[in-house]
Write a protein that binds this ligand. Structure first.
Ligand SMILES: [Zn+2]
Ligand SMILES: [Zn+2]
Length: 679
């Protein structure tokens, strides 16, 4: 007879039922007790909210939710982390002497950083097929992934014995005395092992051998520090099944074709260079798009009762202290000493001499405080509200070079920024008006689908619960009043994702290949008006604080134009295209006629060029198609005699349409002008 009764744990399931399980049992046991289908489908477990191995025993009474492939987000993360281990094992199998370091899951897969064996040189793309093959072998072997708890010294000794200097270095930085988990792939002593927090699937056989692909190799410094040795990073993409992988590969291919950096070069829109990291050099063609977009936005804001302002680039650091940005935001600000440098006495030394004692100025990272300073000029009454101050504000934020990406992520950018100062009773109405304006702008710019999300209070926040209750409810009410709290608009509330001072509405655009981009936002703010002492005289004759709404529709011009390029794959709607039409000649006899046609188009405000080069017409057509010119007007001897043109539209199936110049002009008149100016 046993000495003691087996201890029982109460395991509560999501449906509210509770199962008694003996000590030592695991989530896998619960799954098996429920049914063989679930036992097979369960990948891991959420125990009291924490994702864990399905084979890890319960430690007491617990809340349990089993994770299957239907819990896509959790399942993908688990699978990707498993693939990273399988990759590392495969690499060490084929290339003995390779040292392992770190290998996390990423947004679409995983990577692992390796130190190649001495004398081997870095891994290359040519190594990838053999590694993939070996990974499939490891998966087919269906090796269990077993969690073990070791103490630090044992882990260090293990890695030293196995020639793993990087892992041995790393483990000594983990806190002493805390148990460390090691994951073994396989049963025997000889099997592969890695220091890892987990969790993992129960075995490598749970992975789909056709749901991953190694994508590339790059260099990466050990622990991201250029003073450290350079490692080889092997990237892969990984999914739950082959269908997901294939879809992803198609998306990647499509995204690569639409890459704004590639199209930007083909269309001669802009360039970037190292001398101005993260700041865009707009070329004439690119700046035409900018100017069209800016003029359009300006007309829309004027019509919606905004007043445009312009505020300083540089402000005293003390002003940024008052607004609270200096404390929270300092490392993202470019700082300039408020001092006139004097030249060094020494001839060869041409660096400016600074005292190091001057006051500091900072380039603005945002426009908000400057708009409050405008509001604070003179006394405001309740009748002055709402006051809508708009600025195409050029801001700078100091981002690490590695975080920059084309014109989508830059250090100098121009926002379509505005701040609306409102009374409490005006808030909902203003937010509704904003939602309507934004909806109309997105549709004009070619985006029919977008999602609206309400980001709710985070754990760390300013302000009272009453304030949060009220502002969250106001935004909710506004979206409902605008009729957009529906599935069609992807309406969703995001707990914990608001700013520290206020909840916000986020607007996420869907582009032509199904990617989403958060561009628009509106947020309520009572903190900044308080900090900068903004007030108005109410109907009661007393002073009140206005609420400040921070809002943007397109976000920044740089990023939005990048999104437009990728969304349209460079084939801009006619009104936005940098060059709208090219008149191309077939023979030089038609040169004068081509100039005449171009002049007529230019007279009607069309951005038109002529191509009179002595080249074959097919060559010209190809070249202007590559530059994504929407309209090509081909003229030869016959057209010149008959006063016609042969019109080819970019991407159109029809070969060409022959018509008179006037017919062509009236055909395109409508779409060549911005949508808000059409009849
Ligand atoms: Zn791991
Ligand atoms: Zn703002």
């Amino acid at each position: 007879m046993r000495g003691a009764m087996t201890k029982m744990f109460k395991i509560a399931l999501p449906d509210g039922s509770v199962r008694e399980m003996p000590e030592g049992s695991t989530p896998a046991d619960v799954a098996a007790a429920i049914g063989p289908g679930l036992a097979k489908a369960a990948l891991a477990a959420k125990v009291d909210g924490e994702v864990r191995d399905i084979m890890r025993p319960f430690e007491g009474d617990s809340n349990l939710a089993l994770i299957t492939s239907r819990d896509e987000k959790d399942a993908l993360e688990l699978v990707r982390h498993d693939f990273a281990h399988v990759l590392a094992e495969a690499v060490q199998n084929i290339f003995p002497g390779t040292q392992i370091t770190f290998g996390p899951a990423t947004e679409d897969g995983f990577y692992y950083d390796f130190a190649p064996a001495p004398g081997r040189g870095p891994f290359t793309d040519e190594d990838l097929p053999a590694i993939e093959e070996e990974m499939r072998r490891v998966i087919a072997a269906d090796k269990p992934l077993v969690r073990e708890v070791w103490d630090r010294e044992r882990v260090r000794q293990f890695f030293i014995d196995h020639g793993e200097a990087f892992k041995a270095e790393w483990v000594m930085e983990l806190p002493e005395g805390e148990p460390i988990t090691m994951y073994k792939t396989g049963h025997g002593e000889a099997d592969w092992i890695d220091l890892c927090r987990g969790p993992h699937l129960a075995s490598t056989g749970k992975l789909d051998p056709n749901a991953f692909k190694l994508t590339r190799v790059s260099g990466a410094y050990w622990r991201g520090d250029p003073k450290n040795p350079m490692l080889s990073r092997i990237y892969g993409t990984a999914w739950l099944n082959r269908k997901q992988l294939d879809e992803h590969l198609v998306r990647l291919e499509e995204a690569a074709k639409r890459d704004h950096r590639k199209i930007g070069q083909e269309m001669d829109l802009f360039h970037l260079q190292a001398e101005a990291h993260g700041s865009v050099f707009w070329h004439p063609n690119g700046y035409i798009i900018w100017r069209q977009l800016e003029a359009y936005m300006r007309r829309r804001l004027d019509a919606a009762g905004y007043e445009e302002v312009k505020t300083p680039q540089l402000m005293d650091a003390r002003q940024w202290e008052r607004s609270g940005h200096w404390g929270k935001y300092r490392e993202n600000m470019f700082v300039v000493p408020d001092e006139i440098p004097h030249a060094s006495d020494e001839e060869e030394d041409d660096t400016p001499v600074l005292s190091g004692e001057a006051d500091l100025m900072a380039l603005k990272p945002m426009n908000c405080p400057a708009h409050v300073l405008i509001f604070n000029q003179g006394i405001k009454s309740y009748r002055d509200l709402p006051l809508r101050l708009a600025e195409f504000g050029c801001c700078h934020r100091n981002e690490p070079h590695g975080a920059l990406h084309g014109i989508l992520r830059v250090r100098q950018f121009t926002q379509d920024d505005a701040h609306i100062f409102v009374r409490e009773d005006q808030l909902v109405e203003e937010v509704v008006a904003f939602c309507d304006l934004l909806d109309s702008v997105y549709r004009d710019l070619g985006f029919d689908r977008y999602a609206i999300k309400l980001a709710l209070r985070p754990d760390k926040r300013f302000g009272t619960d009453e304030m949060w209750d009220w502002s969250e409810q106001s935004l909710r009410d506004a979206v409902a009043a605008a009729g957009r709290n529906t599935e069609e608009f992807g309406w969703e509330e995001l707990p914990g994702e608001g700013a520290f001072y206020a909840p916000k509405l986020e607007f996420h655009l869907s582009d032509a290949i199904g990617r989403t981009w958060q561009v628009g936002t509106i947020q309520t703010d009572t903190v900044l008006p308080e900090r900068l002492d903004a007030s108005y005289i109410g109907e009661d004759g007393a002073k009140h604080r206005p609420i400040m709404l921070h809002r943007a529709i397109i976000g920044t011009f740089e990023r939005f134009i990048g999104i437009l390029i990728e969304h349209h794959a460079g084939k801009f709607p006619l009104w936005l295209a940098p060059v709208q039409a090219v008149v191309a000649t077939i023979v030089s006899d038609a040169d004068d006629y081509a100039k005449e046609v171009a002049a007529k188009f230019a007279q009607r405000g069309i951005r038109v060029e002529t191509d009179l080069r002595n080249e074959k017409i097919n060559y010209k057509v190809r070249e202007h198609s590559l530059k994504k010119v929407p309209l090509l007007l081909v003229v030869g001897k016959r057209e010149a005699e008959e006063g016609t043109i042969a019109l080819r539209r970019l991407g159109s199936e029809e070969r060409q349409l022959v018509m008179t110049v006037d017919e062509a002009l009236s055909m395109i008149a409508e779409e060549a002008v911005p949508p808000d100016l059409r009849h």
